[in-house]
Design a protein around this ligand. Structure first.
Ligand code: UDX
Length: 433
């Protein structure tokens, strides 16, 4: 199949590289000339494990190409995927559709022969109808079908998620369009990943409902963690205790500093906006958003409490800045609010992250960045683990204690056993334990 990805950001690039790996011919398009030039030269603009190899092998095999010329790419394609950003619109949290609409217009005028226009961007319910209408308006003679095909990729594990998904959701009723989609995803049938078909609106809502549910699950266990601290229970035991119930499931029950990233914060807000527009409030999600927002700064106050209630003039070393491990993505990372809360209270911040420091410098100012975890913590009054990178899971705790001015470890990701840390003489604060 000849496939085109419009937008060579996270979703477009990962999907394009994986489709090329399946054996399809893929052209990734982007307006950003520098990004396309870099990709043509084999430079990947984001950090995602395995993506560089996948892009190199697809490009080497001649199945993965990059261009800024949307018209040439779209002409003759079997399917064109819209994979542009839908950021939260300033002011009301609604997903900003300007990029989707602009891409749709450009696709419309370049269509030749029957083409499936696939929406992969996370878009409000009804966007498929709007895309269909826009194409007809721009190019009344076009022969096309509009299908919704939301992505469920986790950053840091995106390639595995793409190749071995829990499910693929395809929304739409156009039989010609569905036939093309089945062919595109046929390689997944070998791995027995279910490819489920439903209405276009159902598919659009599935994406939001899925992310909102996961955000709710995290927020639920975070509040239970707070309760654990008050009643003297351990949230990890409670999470295991409830998670073994198959109806609940053990994933996404890790208590921590609150969810961040490119999806949960923006998609929960967008769902609230849609619910509001349709006068069908989703109160649980309203609570989730409010609780999670509040939590991030509360984690900063937890650190302040751990060092005795006053951080003015004290140095706090923070390990991990990205919103989760294996990514350089800083979007809505809880580490930002934690650090800003500490800075507001007068702390000096030393920080280290294996991949995200370039991104962090853009959002976090007045932070001393170090290239090594141990150097970052030298002479600090407390060490905070804000992101659970593997390399922070096995720190030499004796060395940590020797390097810190005060022996205080705040583990916001619950990656250490309390006994082992305390045995070494470090004061240990975790979440919900
Ligand atoms: C998420 C969804 O998982 C994915 O399906 C969707 O397509 C995009 O959004 P992602 O944002 O990459 O993926 O990361 P994810 O692993 O889901 O984590 C999101 C946030 O929740 C992170 O801040 C993470 O630290 C937090 N989290 C996750 C927890 O605090 N506890 C958990 O148990 C799981």
């Amino acid at each position: 199949m000849k496939l085109v990805m419009i937008g060579s950001g996270y979703v477009g690039l990962v999907s394009g590289a994986c489709f090329a790996d399946f054996g399809h011919e893929v052209i990734c398009v982007d307006k950003d000339e520098a990004k396309i030039a870099a990709l043509q030269a084999g430079v990947i603009p984001i950090y995602e494990p395995g993506l560089d190899h996948l892009v190199a092998s697809g490009a080497g095999a001649g199945r993965l190409k990059f261009t800024t010329d949307i018209g040439a790419a779209v002409a003759g394609a079997d399917a064109v995927f819209i994979a542009v950003g839908t950021p939260s619109r300033r002011g009301d949290g609604h997903a900003d559709m300007v990029y989707v609409h602009a891409a749709t217009r450009e696709i419309a005028s370049a269509l030749t022969g029957f083409t499936v226009v696939v929406n992969k961007s996370t878009v409000p319910v009804g966007t498929g109808d709007e895309v269909e209408r826009l194409i007809r308006e721009v190019n009344p003679d076009a022969d096309y079908a509009v299908i919704s095909n939301p992505e469920f990729l986790r950053e840091g594990a995106a390639i595995d998620d793409f190749k071995r998904p829990d499910r693929v959701v395809i929304g739409g009723h156009d039989e010609r369009g569905l036939a093309v989609m089945r062919e595109i995803y046929r390689p997944l049938a070998l791995g027995r990943s279910p490819v489920i078909e439903m209405s276009r609106r159902g598919a659009e809502l599935t994406k939001y409902a899925g992310n909102a549910f996961l955000a709710t699950k995290i927020t639920f266990i975070n509040e239970i963690a707070d309760l654990c601290e008050k009643v003297g229970a351990d949230v990890q035991e409670v999470a295991r205790g409830i998670g073994l119930d198959n109806r609940i499931g053990s994933k996404f029950l890790h208590a921590g500093p609150g969810y961040g990233g490119s999806c949960f914060p923006k998609d929960t807000l967008a769902l609230l906006k849609t619910a509001d527009d349709y006068d069908a409030p989703v109160r649980i999600v309203e609570a989730v958003v409010a609780v999670n927002d509040r939590r991030k700064r509360a984690m900063g106050r937890k650190v302040i409490d751990a060092v005795g209630g006053d951080v003015r003039g004290k140095t706090i070393a923070v390990l991990g800045l990205a919103f989760k491990p294996n990514t350089d993505d800083m979007r809505d990372s809880p580490a930002i609010a934690v650090i800003q809360t500490l800075q507001d209270a007068g702390a000096i911040i030393h920080a280290f992250d294996p991949k995200s420091m370039d991104q962090a410098r853009l959002v976090l100012h007045d932070v001393a960045y170090f290239d090594d975890a141990y150097v970052a913590m030298t002479g600090a009054d407390a060490l905070v683990i804000a992101t659970e990178w593997d390399e922070f899971r096995a720190l030499d705790l004796r060395r940590v204690k020797a390097l810190l001015r005060e022996p205080v470890l705040v583990d916001l990701r619950n990656i250490y056993p309390r006994d082992a840390v305390e045995a070494i003489g470090l004061a240990y604060t975790a979440v919900g334990r």
